[in-house]
Ligand binder design. Structure first.
Ligand code: AN7
Length: 352
């Protein structure tokens, strides 16, 4: 079997790169697409359900696809440093890829609202981590200005190369399924990924690789659902810190994806998110972070409302790994008991 070379080499002909573009890669992409029978029986028995497990990327989230390209391009342009604002995963990915490219990395994170695993990653990779007293939207606004002041490359998803890299996930799914799904559900925060997927599907259609594009279903958390509500959310709030965003940068292109694909923008409660999170880990063996489970929660909600037709072929993207946010996993699970190291004590504990 050929060795997977990362998204830039594997999808080169669909990407805006040349022979002169350096390739900064950690062999991202080629993530599992897993059929989920038990979960389908629970949330959409009339349909076929597949999970795209993006937590299997090198830094544990889908961001790696776009970061490979964005950092490679920053290097090609001769950038002095890269900077991002982040709810966590972008900073983890930028830190790894930027570090690999020997570029200084600066990350701005909303103070107190980034999951521990993501913070640990940025620190381990040697980025300069700056906690901003404010939310993600405020961190991004200040990040843009500072990049102009300092001549740094901004590697948030408003950097077009990020979306170019992320679109490869849609193409990969079509390759793995042998065609396009009929419906695609994914969580929406800054709305870059849904825009990227839609671009990927359309380009695969134009290239004759698929015969139709899926309906795109974006899912926001109720306390951070600006697109569903049609207005900026000043103080976004949700247990899914990755998508705690009140003014998404890619709002217009996300709306276009939904409209052009005859899809929808949905919202779900934190309770629904955590329920789906526990189904995924407990019944399918797939540990994703809370934001990722929003895709499944959104599917469950639409299916219960009769909005998922018989015979639909649905893909849900699970955007990040469960280990990113160990605090949540522990807090929603029963406490582990501590007993004496004896046969009797352990056997007694087995019985609860
Ligand atoms: C696990 O890292 O915005 O709608 O700064 O980490 O493309 O923003 C993360 C977003 C979904 C939403 N799932 O994707 C960041 C950041 C996970 C995420 C999203 C994010 P977009």
């Amino acid at each position: 079997m050929m060795r997977w070379r990362g998204v830039m080499e594997e999808f080169r002909k669909f990407l805006p790169i040349t022979e002169r573009t350096p390739v900064v890669t950690l062999c991202e992409g080629n993530t599992p697409l897993i059929r989920a029978g038990r979960l389908a029986a629970r949330v959409c028995p009339q349909a076929e359900l597949h999970l795209k497990v993006e937590g299997a990327n090198p830094t544990g989230s889908f961001k790696d696809r776009g970061m490979s390209l964005a950092v490679s391009k920053a290097l090609e342009h001769g950038a002095r440093a890269v900077l991002c604002a982040s709810t966590g995963n972008t900073s983890a990915s930028a830190s790894a890829y930027g570090g690999r490219a020997a570029l200084p990395v600066y990350v701005l994170i909303p103070a107190g609202n980034v999951a521990l695993g993501k913070l640990a990653q940025a620190m381990a990779h040697g980025a300069t981590v700056i906690q901003v007293e404010g939310n993600f939207d405020q961190a991004l606004a200040v990040g843009k200005v500072v990049c102009e002041d300092e001549g740094f490359e901004l590697v948030n998803s408003i950097n077009p190369f990020r979306l170019e890299g992320q679109k490869t996930a849609a193409m990969e799914i079509c390759d793995q399924l042998g065609g396009a799904p009929s419906h695609h559900c994914l969580p929406v925060g800054n709305a870059g990924n849904i825009s990227a997927y839609w671009k990927g599907y359309r380009e695969y259609l134009a290239a004759g690789q698929i015969e139709r594009c899926p309906a795109m279903i974006g899912v926001q958390a109720e306390g951070a659902a600006p697109i569903v509500r049609g207005h900026v959310v000043e103080h976004p709030a949700t247990v899914a810190t990755a998508i705690r965003i009140g003014n998404p940068a890619s709002w217009p292109s996300a709306l276009r994806a939904v409209e052009e694909s005859s899809g929808a923008m949905e919202m779900v409660t934190d309770e629904e998110i955590l329920e789906a999170y526990q189904w995924l880990a407990g019944e399918e063996g797939i540990f994703c972070e809370p934001a990722s489970a929003a895709s499944v929660a959104g599917l469950a909600k639409r299916s219960a409302a009769g909005l998922v037709p018989e015979g639909a072929r649905v893909v849900c993207t699970l955007t990040g790994h469960g280990l990113k946010d160990p605090d949540i996993a522990v807090s929603v699970s029963p406490r582990a008991r501590t007993v004496k190291a004896t046969r009797d004590a352990v056997r007694k504990a087995l019985r609860g």
